[in-house]
Structures are given as C-alpha cells and as structure tokens.
Design a protein around this ligand. Structure first.
Ligand code: G16
Length: 540
C-alpha cells in the first residue's frame, strides 16, 4: 500500500447525478483517486464492508475500475463484488447493493452523455439503501476534496474477464455475472408468462440498446426469457464509444428507432434505454409516449403487474415533470409528491413507504424495487400492461387522456450555451417572479410564479433554487432550469405544459398546442437572443 501525496482540484462538486466531466479531466493525475479517497474518508463504514462496483462500459471504465479496486483495498474494504468486464447497469448496481446488503456501490457512467476519448466520464456513489448519495454526503465529499492531502492505494490488478474469486491484498474480490440477479428480480415483478405469450403471438417489438449497457440485459430478458427474436434488438453490443453515438434515447440521438416507429410497417412497440440503463423511452406505432405520460399511465395501471397487484401507496415526480400523474393520484386517492430534479430526492419517500412509483420527464421511471430509475423495468411494465389490456400503445394513451385529461408536454434544450448567458436568462426571469401573478400575456393569465423550493417531508431538509415555475390559470405552465449533468458550458431547459381537460381535444398538434406558452416564455426571458440561438438544440 502506498500513501500518495496529492494535488487538489477545486472542481469536484457532484452535479444532478454524481461527478461528470470530460475524459480528459478524469485522466489528470490524481483526479479520480482524490474523489474516490474523499468518498472513503466520508463513509467510514466502507472499512471492513462490502462494496458493489461496475459501470456502463464506456471508454476509461476499465482503467477507473482497477484504480477504485486498488484504493478500496488500501482503505480496508473487506470485499468488492464487481460485474464481469466491469459491466453493471445503474439499476443493477442498486439491486446488488440491496440484495447483498452492501455498504455502498460505485457506478462508473456519464449516463446519456457521449463516450470515447473525447467524450464524458462519470462516477456516482450509491449508499446502502441502493440509491444515490444525498446532497449532504456529496457536499461533504466536495468539501473533503478541497482539503485532502493524501490518498491510499494498493498495488495489483484484477482479471475482470473471468467469473470467480480472487484477492487484492487482504480484500476479497468477486467477479460476478452482471445480468442474472437483475433479470431474476424482473421475473418476480412481472408476469413473464403472459408477456411471453403476447410477444410471441400478438405484438412486434423493437428495442434499441444504443451500444450501451442494456444490450446484454435485453438479450437475456427479451430474447432468452421472453422468446423475442434477437433481430428485434438494435445496437445490442456495448461499445466504449457507443458506436460514435450519443446514448440518450431522444428523437435526435435515437433517430433510427424513431424513424422505424414512425415509418411504414412500424412494429407495435418500440423502446430504448440510455448509457447506463436507467432511462427509458416507449413508443407505439407512430406515437411517442412522453415520459410524463408514461409515469401517469404506469400509476393508473401498475396493479396489472403481479408485484403491484395490491395497489400502489403513492407517486412522486420531479418538479419539471408534467402534472399528469398528480391527476391520476387524486382520482385514486393516493398521495403525490413534487421533488427537485434528481433521483436522490425520491429515496426518503421510497424508504418511508410513502410512494411505490416515481418518475421524471428526463425519461426516468421506477418503483420501490430498487432506488434508481430503471429503464428495462419501465419497458417491462408497459409490456405487462399491454399484454393484460390487449390494446395498442395509442389506444392506452387515448383512453388515459379521456379519463384524466391530457397534459400536452415538451422540453426544449439549449445545449452548450455560454454559462454567463444562461445565468442572464435565469436572472431575468427570476427578477420578474414577484410581479408576474395576475398579469395576462397572450390571453393566458399567470396565477403563480416562483423559484421551486423542496421541503422533504421525511427528514425536514430544505432544497432551494430548483428551477423557475410560471403557472397559468388555464392549468398550463412553463418551467426553466439549468441542467446539472452537462459538461460543456451550460444547458438551459425550458419545459412547456398545457392542460386539456378530459372532454377536450386530445389529438391536437403538440407544438401548435404549446406555441402560446412557448411564446410567453420567450417574451419573458428573451432566451433565444440572449444565448444567440435560433431555437433549441433538442426538442423532446
Ligand atoms: C440524471 C438524474 C436524473 C435527472 C437527470 C436530468 O439522469 O439521475 O434524476 O432527471 O439527470 O438532469 P439535468 O436536467 O440536471 O441534466 P441521468 O440519467 O443522467 O443519471
């Protein structure tokens, strides 16, 4: 074991989901080592404990895993369980931590961000409930990185290509199959027999793994256990640079899937996941299910899957997610919660048993089976619902809107804009918040406007400045916030939502329906001119 005198970095503050930087930043001397040592310093129970380790297979994953193993050995960890070839999806890490009673786990991923030598890398620490570390811990880690002087590291190398047990110094290392436990868990939650019958006779499916981590999981679950033909899987081999793609399942980066689903002879059901397998999107023939609608549909129909047969306790959504799930919760007489963006904010509600399902507009949905969002879980939930109800995706949506009304919804991303310009846009809107209520713009009267603050009902913690909300009397709304996951400049997100009651028109053109709200947002923020763009980089 060596005690290394280190050089500190001042930029190791975790964002929405762990520390994400370009690969070149992570390759700086001591950069990863400092961050990992800071976590060991802040989580003393890891000494003598069990750690889960894996990542999405992106470039630098293999190097970083060996480094973490050596630091873990030097810091007295008793045992590390690491996925074969360093592979583990984010939800699988969460499951492993819970299933094996681990003290924590590292996920190496920059999620939906691009990979490769010029791409992004990331590291996220999950705690013993399986969920992302709370802000109190990530803040403590950041503070530690600013004062630390040393880290400890052992010598050695672990062969990750073969299943089995070995030792690194006194630390036991177990290389395990990353897929089986997770696939087994899915089989306990859903009616695989009914889904298998449906998939092999009535429903054609296509799944895009985007050359990211879910390829092997999809192979095991869809092909081996559910009988789907393997040519239904697109891009199912994980690659360090995601095949040059951008593993974000949106209409721009998953264009091939969208083209198939909106083309002639489209399959009945299409889905995709992201770099580390926690996000999902669902499409039907010629129809895209907005993640906010997906959460609402799952809330209303979860009882059709065996694990949720007795009903769900409550539902939570991140603040920018549309209020579609609130309407379902009210009709069902269950609690609903609005939390800041970031899966970590659902953890307390899940642990306290106040909610069973939760979701985010950023293509994340999950339940209390793990403490992460879970892409394949959401896709299997949809398949279970479709297999029981025997309706098309479009028919499920049409029926849902007729029952609860429709929240037309879209997100406009302005990616990689100058950080100071993005701050200007936010400041301009922030400065008007107190005077906006009562104002009528383009026939819409503003009922309320604020900067979102979350009061955690379980631990009483308060989280401020989580995005700016402008609400209208019509039930429409827009939200503006800065992304916490980008690595280049700033990404501004504008979330647009228009409510159409249950007896209204649910089949209007989406962008036309949202146009007045978008125009008001532009009037109030001068967004496009300030950031120097004609329009958003991505519309989803
Ligand atoms: C992460 C978080 C999510 C969050 C998303 C978007 O997702 O885990 O909870 O909704 O970022 O964050 P932002 O709008 O700040 O970019 P992932 O899939 O990147 O881990």
């Amino acid at each position: 074991m060596t005690d290394v005198q280190t050089t500190r970095y001042d930029d190791q503050k975790p964002g929405t989901s762990g520390l994400r930087k370009t690969v070149s930043v992570f390759k700086q001397p001591h950069y990863l080592e400092n961050f990992v040592q800071a976590i060991f310093d802040c989580v003393p129970e890891l000494k003598g404990g069990l750690l889960i380790l894996g990542g999405d297979g992106r470039y630098h994953n293999d190097v970083a895993i060996q480094t973490i193993l050596r630091i873990a050995a030097a810091n007295g960890v008793a045992k590390v369980m690491v996925g074969k070839d360093g592979i583990l999806s984010t939800p699988a890490v969460s499951n492993m931590i819970r299933q094996y009673g681990a003290n924590g786990g590292f996920v190496l991923s920059a999620s939906h961000n691009p990979g490769g030598p010029d791409g992004d890398f990331g590291i996220k620490y999950n705690v013993s409930n399986g969920g992302p570390a709370a802000t109190s811990l990530t803040d403590a880690v950041f503070e530690r990185t600013k004062v630390m002087e040393h880290y400890q590291i052992a010598d050695g190398h672990v062969d990750l290509s073969t299943l089995g047990h070995s030792n690194l110094g006194a630390m036991a290392v177990s290389v395990f199959d990353p897929v089986t436990d997770y696939a087994d868990l899915m089989e306990t939650l859903f009616d695989f027999e009914t889904i298998r019958r449906f998939l092999t006779s009535d429903l054609s499916l296509i799944f895009d793994a985007m050359h990211a981590v879910t390829g092997p999981y999809a192979q095991e679950i869809f092909v081996r256990r559910l009988g789907v033909n393997s040519d239904a899987l697109m891009n199912a081999t994980p690659l360090p640079d995601f095949g040059g793609g951008h593993p974000d399942p949106n209409p721009v980066y998953a264009k091939a899937l969208f083209d198939r689903m909106f083309g002639d002879d489209a399959p009945d059901f299409g889905a995709a996941s992201d770099g580390d397998g926690d996000r999902n999107i669902v499409l039907g023939r010629g129809v895209y299910v907005s993640p906010s609608d997906s959460l609402a549909v799952i809330t209303a129909n979860a009882h059709l899957a065996p694990a949720y047969r007795d009903g769900i306790k409550g539902v939570a959504r991140s603040m920018p997610t549309s209020r579609a799930s609130d309407v379902v919760a009210a009709a069902m007489g269950i609690e609903s919660f609005e939390t800041p963006t970031g899966w970590k904010y659902f953890g307390n509600l899940l642990d306290a048993g106040r909610i069973t399902v939760c979701g985010e507009e950023s293509a994340g949905t999950s339940s209390d089976h793990v403490r992460e969002k879970d892409g394949l879980w959401a896709i299997l939930m949809w398949l279970n619902i479709l297999a029981v109800r025997r309706l098309s995706v479009q028919d499920i949506l049409t029926d849902h809107w007729a029952t609860y009304g429709r929240h037309y919804y879209s997100r406009h991303d302005y990616e990689s804009v100058a950080a100071d310009k993005a701050e200007d846009v936010m400041a301009r809107l922030q400065g008007q918040l107190t005077t906006l209520p009562g104002t009528t713009l383009r026939k819409e009267t503003i009922s309320a406007a604020d900067s979102f603050t979350y009061h955690d009902p379980i631990d009483g913690s308060v989280t401020e400045n989580q995005g700016l909300r402008v609400m209208f009397e019509s039930g429409s709304r827009f939200v503006m916030r800065l992304s916490g996951t980008g690595t280049a400049g700033a990404t501004l997100r504008l979330y647009l939502e228009a409510y159409e009651p249950k007896d209204g028109d649910h089949h209007a053109d989406l962008s036309k329906r949202l146009e007045p709200i978008a125009a008001i947002a532009e009037d109030l923020t001068n967004l496009r001119q300030t950031v120097g763009r004609d329009g958003p980089s991505v519309v989803s």
